[in-house]
Write a new protein. Structure first.
Ligand code: KG4
Ligand code: ZN
Length: 349
C-alpha cells in the first residue's frame, strides 16, 4: 500500500472533483488493484507479482499468467478496498486496462471490472495500458499536459506527445524489440535471471560502461531499433568468452545499458526539438533504470527542460496508473459498455 501526498496541479481540468476510481491491471504478470481519489491521491495500490512463478521459464508464460490472475484478482481487489478504507458502494467508477497486453490476462481483469461495474451500477472505463504508464507521472507531482513522454516498457518503446489529459499522439516507436525486451534478452545472454532489466541495472553498477563500444542504432526520425544492439551483445559474448578477454559480465552489462540509454536520450531530445515541449516525462518499467534516470536528468538540465520521473513503484505495472487514467476519462464523460473487449495490440492515442 502506498499513500502519497497528492501533487495537485495548478489548473484542474473541467469536471475535476474527488471521485474515487477503482483501477484494475492484469495485462501481463502483475495482478493489481488500486483506489485513487481525485485522479492523483493514491489511497491503495496492491500489486501481486507473478515474477517468481515465471522466472524458471525465463519469461512470462501467457496461459499461466491468466490462470494466476483468476486465482488472485478477488483477494487483490478486496485488499485494495480494505487498505483504502472504503467499500464497493463508495467507488464512483471502475477503470480497467484493456490493452495492449496478453489477451488471456487482460480478459481476467476486464471481466472482473465489468462484473463490479454492473453489480454496483457505476461507470466502466477501459484504459489504454500505455496511457496508464504515462499517467503514473500525475501520481507523484503537479505535472500537467502538454508534455513529451518517453514510454519504455517490456512491450513498448514510444515517444508520445501528451497534448491534453485525453489526447495522445504517437510520434515514434520501435521497429523491432522494445527497450525492456532488449534488457531482458541481453540479461538472458549474460545468464542473469528474469526479469533482466533490474538485474542489468544492478550488475552495471560494478562495471565499466566504456569497456565495449556497442552500436547505437539511430534511425531517420523518431523510431527506434534495438535488435542490432541485442545481437551485438550476444555475438560479443560468444566471441569474447571463447577468447577469455577479461571483459567482465558487469562491464558487458554496463556497456549494453549505456548504448541503450544513449539512444533513448538522443531520440528524446530530437522529439523535444520537433515538438517544442519544455517538459519531459519518463514512463514504463525501464523508467526505473538508474542509468536512464540519471542520463535524463543530465540531458534535461543541459537543455533547460523540466523532467518528471514516476516514483519507482509506479514505473512497472500497477493499477494506480490505470485508476488515474480512468479518472480523466470519467470526468470528460467517457463511459464504456459491457461489450468492451480486450485489445492485445492497441496503441496509445
Ligand atoms: O512496464 P512494465 O512493468 O511492463 C510492460 O508493460 O511491459 O515493464 C517491464 C519491463 C521489463 O522488460 C523489465 O526488465 C524492465 O521493464 N525493467 C527494467 C528495470 N525495471 C524493470 N529495465 C531496466 N532497468 C530497470 N531497473
Ligand atoms: Zn506495462
Amino acid at each position: 500500500m502506498t499513500t502519497i501526498e497528492s501533487g495537485a496541479p495548478e489548473r484542474l481540468p473541467a469536471g475535476a472533483d474527488f471521485k474515487l476510481v477503482l483501477g484494475i491491471e492484469t495485462s501481463c504478470d502483475e495482478t493489481s488493484a488500486s483506489v485513487v481519489q481525485g485522479g492523483r491521491e493514491v489511497l491503495s495500490n496492491v500489486i501481486s507479482s507473478q515474477i517468481d512463478i515465471h522466472r524458471p521459464f525465463g519469461g512470462v508464460v501467457p496461459e499461466i499468467a491468466a490462470r494466476k490472475h483468476i486465482e488472485r484478482i478477488g483477494a487483490v481487489v478486496d485488499e485494495a478496498l480494505a487498505v483504502a478504507g472504503c467499500q464497493l458502494t463508495d467507488i464512483d467508477a471502475y477503470a480497467v486496462a484493456n490493452g495492449p497486453g496478453l489477451v488471456g490476462a487482460l480478459l481476467v481483469g476486464l471481466s472482473y471490472a465489468k462484473a463490479l461495474a454492473f453489480a454496483q451500477a457505476k461507470p466502466l472505463i477501459g484504459v489504454n495500458h500505455i496511457e496508464g504508464h504515462i499517467c503514473a507521472n500525475y501520481l507523484n507531482g503537479g505535472i500537467e499536459p502538454p508534455f513529451l513522454s518517453l514510454v519504455v516498457s517490456g512491450g513498448h518503446t514510444l515517444l508520445i506527445a501528451v497534448r491534453d489529459y485525453n489526447q495522445y499522439e504517437v510520434l515514434g516507436g520501435t521497429r523491432d524489440d522494445a527497450a525492456g525486451e532488449a534488457f531482458d534478452k541481453a540479461a538472458r545472454a549474460l545468464g542473469l535471471p528474469y526479469p533482466g532489466g533490474p538485474a542489468i541495472d544492478r550488475l552495471s553498477r560494478e562495471g565499466d560502461a566504456n569497456a565495449v563500444r556497442f552500436p547505437r542504432t539511430k534511425l531517420e526520425g523518431l523510431d527506434f531499433s534495438f535488435s542490432g544492439l541485442k545481437s551485438a551483445v550476444i555475438q560479443y559474448l560468444e566471441r569474447e568468452r571463447k577468447a577469455n578477454s577479461g571483459i567482465s559480465d558487469a562491464d558487458m552489462a554496463a556497456s549494453f545499458q549505456k548504448a541503450a540509454v544513449d539512444v533513448l536520450i538522443d531520440r528524446m531530445l530530437l522529439a523535444v526539438e520537433r515538438t517544442g515541449y519544455k517538459t519531459v516525462a519518463l514512463a514504463g518499467g525501464v523508467a526505473a533504470n538508474r542509468a536512464l534516470r540519471e542520463a535524463a536528468e543530465v540531458a534535461c538540465i543541459e537543455n533547460n527542460l523540466e523532467l518528471r520521473l514516476p516514483a519507482l513503484e509506479y514505473c512497472t505495472d500497477n493499477a494506480a496508473m490505470v485508476a488515474c487514467r480512468g479518472y480523466y476519462s470519467l470526468i470528460a464523460g467517457k463511459r464504456d459498455g459491457y461489450d468492451l473487449n480486450a485489445h492485445p495490440a492497441r496503441m496509445a492515442g
